[in-house]
Ligand binder design. Structure first.
Ligand code: GLN
Length: 436
């Protein structure tokens, strides 16, 4: 069944695709730049791995935690539309500052990028929800399409910016990230006419006496509670999933046999695999859930999130397989890694775009952007926990950590399935669809 989406979706799609291009491109070279020797053809900052990973952990947490102030700015002063624009400007300034080779520039650039993502990321996501009226059946698939855009940026950036950064110089890589964000910002400005009122700020004086300005009702409060509880799922999910950039990345480098037809594929290339899987399987997973829903079977967001966590966890069972193979000496087969990423992505597709859509259905109007900000902050917290779990593997061993993640996700998902009906009741039918 072909669905037509509002024109504004393509504007938000391309803006976010370029923003993610700059974000993931810069992320791909950050640790490499920090740890490379200060002398040589393409000098870095000469930090130790531990120092670099510590900065990386704080950075990946803070970019998302800053979504809370980003959401507050939108709800209280600027509205989502202008806050996204502000975020875009900060990001351009941040990436271009990194392109300049000096230490003050380096830290200033990072602060600008953290603030820029905080302003842009949660608000552009809320704007996608704003394209659809409540009960519009296209909302979930709109978010799936948006999520595919994110991953086109995420899949291509490490390859392009990584290559330019490593071969021509880190600062050219950072500069290219800045150019990517400029293209995104230009598309956003050009496309304003298609966004109409979406994301506009409504001043408090205009809200006086309207439904939006009334104190929260019991139903609103219940919905906020269920959202906050669902954010626990989000923390657990990202704490496991974000092993990809750390532990799984190192494991791929050290213990996976990457030789195909006599050629050894560099480990960093596998960083694009999950994003490519999102692009390939995004619509398939969404239409699986949609078909279930049309048949009248359970397919509420909370149910999808519970199943998604378990499927993603099963991905770590594949890594247990790899670790067992390594125990006998030698390296593990590549298929373990590929299957692991595949299962993780199928889980991701049942959680990440679903959660974005869920928030835009449940959050009370006046706190819409802040709730989205809190969601991203939860993913940031998950990223930080992921770093700690990854570190644990250096003491406890990879086999134990991979198996532990699998068992934890499975039990956590089962627990959610036991309670999800109670949680679902707290949404007070927010997910009912009106086919019109
Ligand atoms: N991979 C997704 C993105 O970059 C999700 C990130 C997140 O929710 N923390 O948008």
């Amino acid at each position: 069944m072909k669905q037509h989406h509002p024109r504004g979706l393509s504007i938000l799609f391309f803006t976010e695709m370029w923003e993610r291009f700059s974000f993931y491109g810069m992320r791909a070279i950050l640790v490499l730049y920090l740890t490379r020797e200060t002398l040589g053809d393409n000098p870095g900052l000469g930090w130790s791995s531990a120092e670099a990973l510590a900065l990386y952990g704080w950075y990946t947490m803070l970019v998302y935690v800053m979504s809370i102030p980003g959401g507050i700015i939108a709800d209280k002063w600027l509205g989502q539309k202008k806050t996204v624009f502000l975020g875009g400007m900060l990001l351009i300034a941040g990436h271009l500052t990194l392109a300049v080779n000096n230490m003050v520039g380096f830290y200033t650039g990072l602060v600008l990028i953290i603030s820029g993502v905080g302003c842009l990321k949660p608000n552009i996501s809320s704007m996608v929800g704003g394209l659809y009226k409540s009960g519009d059946p296209r909302r979930d698939s709109g978010f799936t399409i948006f999520y595919i855009g994110i991953n086109i940026g995420a899949a291509t950036a490490p390859l392009l910016i990584g290559y330019i950064g490593e071969v021509y110089g880190w600062h050219y890589g950072f500069g290219l990230a800045g150019i990517g964000m400029m293209i995104g910002q230009a598309i956003y400005l050009w496309g304003q006419k298609y966004l109409k009122d979406v994301g506009n700020f409504i001043p408090a004086s205009k809200l006086e006496g309207t439904k939006t300005n009334k104190p929260l009702t019991k139903i609103d409060k219940d919905r906020v509670i269920v959202l906050l509880i669902s954010f626990i799922i989000v923390i657990v999910f990202w704490a496991a999933y974000e092993q990809a950039g750390g532990l799984m990345n190192l494991y791929t480098h050290d213990k996976i046999n990457r030789v195909i037809f006599g050629f050894e594929i560099p480990a960093s290339l596998f960083q694009s695999v999950p994003a490519i899987f999102v692009i390939i399987f995004g619509t398939m997973v969404a239409s699986f859930w949609r078909k279930r829903q049309l048949k009248g079977k359970e397919s509420s967001s909370l149910f999808k999130m519970a199943i998604g966590t378990m499927v993603m966890g099963t991905g770590f069972l594949m890594m247990t397989g790899a670790a067992l193979e390594v125990q006998d000496g030698g390296k593990a087969m590549l298929i373990w890694l590929i299957l692991s990423y595949l299962l993780q992505v199928i889980g991701e597709l049942s959680i990440s775009p679903v959660a974005l859509s869920f928030i835009t259905k449940l959050a009370p109007m006046k706190y819409a952007s802040i709730m989205m900000g809190v969601y991203f902050a939860a993913t940031g917290l998950g990223n930080k926990v992921a770093g700690l779990v990854g570190e644990l593997a250096t003491h406890a061993g990879e086999l134990e950590v991979f198996t532990g993640i699998f068992i934890f996700c499975l039990l956590f998902g089962l627990l959610l399935l036991v309670f999800f009906k109670k949680l679902k009741a707290l949404t007070h039918g927010a997910e009912e669809i009106s086919e019109n």
